[in-house]
Each structure stands twice: as structure tokens, then as C-alpha cells.
Design a protein around this ligand. Sequence first.
Ligand code: C2E
Ligand code: CA
Ligand code: CA
Length: 521
Amino acid sequence: MREKYRSILDKASIKPWFIMFKVMLAIIIVEVGIMMLFTMFPLPQLDEYELAFLDAFLLGILVAPMLYLFLLLPLQRQTINEQTNRFLMYDSLTGLPRRNLFRKLVEHEINKAKREAYCVAMIVIGPSDLSRINQSFGYKIGDELLSQLAKRIQSILRESDIVGRLSGNEFGVLLPDTDVRLVKNIIKKISEALEDVFKIDDIQVDIMSVMGVSIFPDHADTASDLIRRANIARTRAKHEKLDYDIYDVQDESASHQRLLVFGQLRSAIKAKELELYYQPKVNLDNGEISGVEALARWVGESGQSPAVFIPLAEQTGLINEITRWVFETAVDQCCEWREKGLLIPVSINVSPRNLYDPDIFDFFMQYVEKKSLPCSMVTVEVTESAIMKHPETAIELLSQLKRHGFKISIDDFGTGYSSLAYLKLLPATELKIDQSFVANILLDEKDEILVRSTVALAKDLKLQVVVEGVETEDVIEKLHSFGCDMGQGYHYSRPLNPDAYIEWHQQWNLDKAHNSSSAPD
Ligand code: C2E
Ligand code: CA
Ligand code: CA
């Protein structure tokens, strides 16, 4: 294949006939020079053999440096250049063109496709789990895996197709003169080829590969854009757990939009455009307020709902900053209420990434100690699916928090993996049944059974049960009859800013006191 690449690129190399010509010219000039010297300064007492010897001697002395200058030096330079180029252009592990060379080859094929009016497809293949394999089996096995993988990909392609290594774990395949049907066919073949177990020494390695496709002229007309868009398609395939995906213009506008929101969110954090709202949790037995859940709000012109900006913050790592801010603000608020004689425990939401942040525990502890707030006034809400990403690490952090007095709530229960085996191991104090079950509890018998049995299960495990999303009195009655401890939802109050919340809080207590004093004995 390299010869094909070479012919495409047609790298300028030293022309042998030109060197020969230069050397011949040099010899002629030197010889003419010597002969002229002999005629100008005739040498006495030398016979013709001695003269011939002297001539050859002088020719040798003078031509040798010229040979070095015109022949050896350029050849040596060319060899070094070729070696360097090869090193820079080809991947030493797989022998495939690296990103830069691959891009040039793609550019060349696109230009040809423009002239001859055909389609060119780009497939970007990314084996996942490569870092896990490197960590588990070592880099030698990882390298061998990559080289076998490259061979398998090459084995099913046509001679005219071009393969390149784009990065550590990304391969690019360029299919000239093709169409969507053909591309799908090739993708199927690549998938099948990579599905088989890789045998390396005595080890059997199984990998998953996700592919993204883009097509010239439909999706891009330059090599860089074609590669980038195939990569965008691959990222979407990965998120949507597909084997492959074909680029869709909307992908990019969605990712542009995400980038835009990300920039705005970062500025919003700096400009203090995030606020905390509070939503009460009410005890179903006696109507007392058991605490509040702190929910982030992005106010200001570019403000978005938490359903948009929290996942974005999770993807980009901004969530570590946000969670620290939420914790500090909620603790400050709790302290402020306490100074006014109101004991209102606060719940804060913690994202998956926070569970694997090695400094989060110290941060929480130092802040409550600084504010002299008992840890028992703070509940950490975490979803079960967040815990299930790395259960051991998550359980360790949550247990540590619980040992120091924090309360732990399992949020959105029922929507994630719901592993009952893990539920037993979780250091939880509270279970929050997701609002999606509550919405239809009066209409759907199955939802009713699910909520009733989950409440019973939680009670057996000595957990407090909160049901979120309660919007009507009927639902509250039903939940109360199941033995639910607390309710949270619009029926009581929407999340409110601190001033509005305290107004609601006082009014609720006033109404409660009024109702109990006017109730018949
Ligand atoms: P979540 O933790 O499950 O929060 C409950 C969501 O349900 C809140 O939405 C709340 O406003 C809404 N809700 C409460 N009662 C009702 C009701 O009766 N009916 C209906 N339809 N909805 C109700 P919100 O505030 O939009 O938050 C959405 C999600 O965003 C939260 O779900 C949570 O996962 C996340 N989130 C919000 N604030 C934070 C935060 O500070 N940190 C983190 N990590 N996540 C947050
Ligand atoms: Ca929550
Ligand atoms: Ca929830």
C-alpha cells in the first residue's frame, strides 16, 4: 500500500541521472584543468606512464571531494530525510499513515472525487476500553491488540481504500468511489471482523468498537471537516450506545449549542448568576416540615433549566465547582435560619462525578466545621445510577459521610439499575421514590403496586421514605396509607427563593397551628 501512497504524494527525490550528469561534468572540468596545467607547466623527465599516473592521482584527489559533495552528501541527506519522514508520517506500531499523512491522502482523494464526480466516505473507528486493557494487561498487550486490529481492518478493504491511525485509539478508513449502501456493507464487515476475540499470547481480549461515518460531498468538502464530522457521528453513536452512526447536520448544531451554553454557564458561575431555591419536604403523619431540598437555578439572560445545565456541567467537569457552591450556599442558608431560631435541615444534590472527587469529603467536613453546623442538618441526595457507576468508591464516600453524621438519600429510586442487592449495602438513611411512579399512582394499578412494595421494602431496611412529585391531596392520602413518611411536590410548594420560602414556611406553620387549634377535640 505504501507504494500507492508514495505515488499519490509524489515526494520530490534526488534524480540519479542529474547526479551522474553533475559528476561527469565535474570530472571533465577537472581533467581539462589538469591538462591545461600540464601544457602551461611542462614537467621534465616524466615518461608517459608517470604522466598518466600523475594525471590519475590529481584527478582522484580533486574528484573525490566532488563525489562527496555532489553524490554522497545529498544521498546521505535524502536517507535521513526519508527516515525522519517515515517516522513522522507512518505509525511505527501498525505501519499505517499517521494523522497528517492520512489527511493529505484524503485531500488528494477528495480532489480526485471532485474531478470525477463520485462520493468518498470516511469511517472513524474507535475501539473502546483500550485504556482498561492497557491497565489490566499492560501496554505490550495493548500495542499488540492495536496492531492486530489494524490488520483485521485492512484485510477486509479494497486495495484502493486508505487506512490511517488518527490517534492512540482511533483509526480512519477512507473509501473512495462509494455510496451509502456500500459503506453500510463495509461497516458490517468491519464490525464482524472486530467482534471475534483477539488472541494475544495466552490472553483473550474482547473489545467493542464504535464507528462514525461522514460522506463527501454531502457532509463536508475538505479532509479536516470530513474526519471531524465522522468523529462527531462516532461520539453520538457512543452516547446512544449504537455500533455506528452517520453524520447528521443537527449533531453539530447541537454540539455548537452545548459549547455556547457551556461558555455561558462558566461566566454565570463567575457572575454569581446561580441561585439556590428551596422546596419543602413535609411529614405525612403530622404535616410538619421535615426539611428542604436545595435546587439550583440559573437566573439571568441566558439562564437554562437545571435539566439542561446540570447534565452539561456533569459532562464538562463544572459540576465540581457547582456542587461546592451549592454546599456552601445551602449550609450558609441553614445557619442563617438557625440563627433566627428555625431548624430546617437541608438536602443537597450530588452528581456522579462528585462521588469520585477525592477532595469532596474534606471539603464538606471543613465547611460544616467552619460554620459549626451539625452534619445531621445536611442530607446528601444521590441517584442510584450515579452510585452504580463505581459502587465501591461511591459506597466508601457515602459511608464516610454517614459515619460523620450526614444523612444519605437515594434519589430518583426506581429509575436506575435498582439493584436490590446493592440497596442492602448502601449506607442510606432515606429513599426518594421517583416522581414518575407517583404521577399515575391513582390510575395505574402497577405503579400503585410498585410504590406500595417499595415503601414496604424501604421500611424493612429502616429507611425513611420520601415521595417526590406530589401534586394532589388524593395522592397524599394514598401514599400515607402505604406508610410513606414524607412528601415533596407542587401540592405543598414549588421550589422558592430564600425570602419566598421563609414566607411560605411561616404561613404553613401558622395555618397548621390554626387548623389544630380549631380542630374538634
Ligand atoms: P431532582 O433532584 O429529582 O429534583 C426534583 C425535581 O422535581 C426538581 O426539578 C423539582 O423542581 C421538580 N419537582 C418538585 N416537585 C414537583 C412536582 O410536584 N411536580 C413536578 N412535575 N416536578 C416537581 P428541577 O429543580 O428542575 O431539577 C431537576 C433536576 O436537576 C433535579 O432532579 C436534579 O437532578 C438536578 N438538580 C437541580 N439542582 C441541582 C443541584 O444543585 N445539583 C445537582 N447535582 N443537581 C441538581
Ligand atoms: Ca434530588
Ligand atoms: Ca428526584
